[in-house]
Design a protein around this ligand. Structure first.
Ligand code: NDP
Length: 450
């Protein structure tokens, strides 16, 4: 196939949709990137000539497999497992595993595609991948989760390796699951090696890895606010989710003297006008990570309101840090946020804003940090975990946190470098998409027809 030096976004998308049917989230993620890249590609025809766009939307490898496992009653259960090895131009595939009933091929392809750009932005040598299963850990016992993880790894182990593909956690995959997965890998492969990140601290994990995505998002938002001479101090902050990313987002916002008033889960959200302080946050961590309860219990415990089935975006806040899942802020939510005085949206979750919501942020010129830049701190510290594993050394908390802060600052600078418009407005989405693309695309050109 020969390539026109000029990109036609509509016909490119029509072809992509025909080839990847029933994958709306993947279409959405690609469309956003292609819109950002169109002008840049037209000004730099070498990328179209080398067919980079056609290649970058095609996974290098997609693995789908059966996961049979027995529940506590001895019933045979079957789930579907996936690993998308999207792009290895700048390093081994790297990206999380998601266990959630909504998981399907299209969702993981969108996440793997985003991951390629995100990992490139971190400045570390990591390619992009993503995987997971439609398994729902909610309501399962520890033993059931362990048997599931062992069955999942029994197939996955042959596809991963410290120099090939290094998965991590994502929704539904935290320290407990990483432990079970690692144990099974070690048993089958008969080697102790860094094939997963997010490991326990006494068996190869890195300090600050659990905190990294939430902290990193707050560092990124801090950089954006600083461009306006502003900060978190005294700001009211809306956070969604109540899992790993949300919890450490709250911790860092408290440290920077902001006040978080909301948290959510898939059942609804709580609104605490007095703010979630350190003590309440500790209670949430115990509730979510150990008791595995619901956020509605916070409302009972602290006497605040719980809005069943709702999302936090109708509450008044200066800053919004969505940290739950994709497409959780729609156009109307974005309009409400802006109307209520929100000056900054920074995405801890992957693709939490719909394209219409993003249009609102950009039109109203509020600070908008897209997930692939703002939440890259998690994978960045995963990259630092790989480095420590290779050296067989562990860095201190301060050292890892310092490196994380430098990386988030560098990502912010890259976004400004590629996203600053003639009128001075910084479109961080364009900046992240172009900045992430260039490094991967140049590496693909150097490596020939791969
Ligand atoms: P967790 O599983 O720890 O927490 C997820 C939270 O989001 C839970 O509160 C969960 O509620 C809620 N949630 C999940 N799915 C939905 C849904 N469909 N509707 C409403 N709420 C939902 O995951 P993480 O905190 O790790 O991940 C959160 C987001 O951050 C995801 O988008 C993930 O891709 C992204 N991310 C995570 C990174 C990491 O290092 N962990 C790195 C970069 C991005 P419930 O318990 O009720 O399901």
């Amino acid at each position: 196939m020969t390539h026109s030096p000029f990109i036609n976004v509509d016909s490119f998308m029509a072809e992509l949709k025909a080839k990847n049917q029933a994958e709306p989230e993947f279409h959405q993620a690609v469309h956003e990137v292609v819109l950002s890249l169109a002008e840049f590609l037209n000004e730099n025809p070498k990328y179209q000539k080398a067919g980079i766009l056609d290649r970058i939307v095609e996974a290098e490898r997609v693995i789908m497999f059966r996961i049979p496992w027995l529940d506590d009653k001895g019933n045979m259960c079957v789930n579907r497992g996936f690993r998308i090895e999207m792009n290895s131009a700048i390093g081994p595939y790297k990206g999380g595993l998601r266990f959630h009933p909504t998981v399907n091929l299209g969702i993981l392809k969108f996440l793997a595609f985003e991951q390629v750009f995100k990992n490139s932005l971190t400045t570390l040598p990591m390619g992009g991948g993503k995987g997971g299963s439609d398994f729902d850990p909610k309501g399962k016992t520890d033993n059931e989760v362990m048997r599931f993880c062992q069955s999942f790894m029994t197939e996955l182990y042959r596809h991963i390796g410290p120099n090939t593909d290094v998965p991590a956690g994502d929704i539904g995959v935290g320290g407990r699951e990483i432990g079970f997965l690692f144990g099974q890998y070690k048993r089958i492969a008969n080697e102790f090696t860094g094939i997963l990140t997010g490991k326990g601290i006494n068996w190869g994990g890195s300090l600050i890895r659990p905190e990294a995505t939430g902290y990193g998002n707050v560092y990124f938002a801090k950089e954006m606010l600083a461009t306006k001479g502003d900060s978190f101090k005294g700001k009211t902050v809306l956070v969604s989710g109540s899992g790993n990313v949300a919890q450490y987002t709250v911790e860092k916002v408290i440290e920077l003297e902001g006040k978080v008033v909301t948290l959510s889960d898939s059942s609804g959200y709580i609104y605490d006008p007095a703010g979630i302080d350190t003590e309440k946050l500790e209670w949430v961590m115990e509730l979510k990570n150990i008791k595995r309860g619901r956020i509605s219990e916070y409302a009972e415990k602290y006497g605040v309101k719980f809005i069943k089935g709702g999302r936090p975006w109708g509450e008044k806040g200066d800053i919004a840090l969505p940290s739950a899942t994709q497409n959780e802020i729609e156009e109307q939510d974005a309009l409400t946020l802006v109307k209520n005085g929100c000056i900054c949206v920074s995405e801890g979750a992957n693709m939490p804003s719909t394209p219409d919501a993003i249009e609102v942020y950009i039109e109203k010129k509020i600070l908008y940090g897209p997930g692939k830049a703002a939440n890259a701190g998690g994978v960045a510290v995963s990259g630092l975990e790989m480095t420590q594993n290779s050296m067989r050394l562990g860095w201190t908390r301060e050292e890892v946190d310092q490196r994380l802060q430098v990386i988030m600052k560098d990502i912010h600078s890259t976004c400004i470098q590629y996203g600053k418009k003639d009128n001075g407005f910084v479109n961080y989405m364009d900046g992240a998409n172009i900045g992430g693309f260039v490094k991967v695309a140049d590496a693909m050109i150097s490596q020939g027809a791969v």
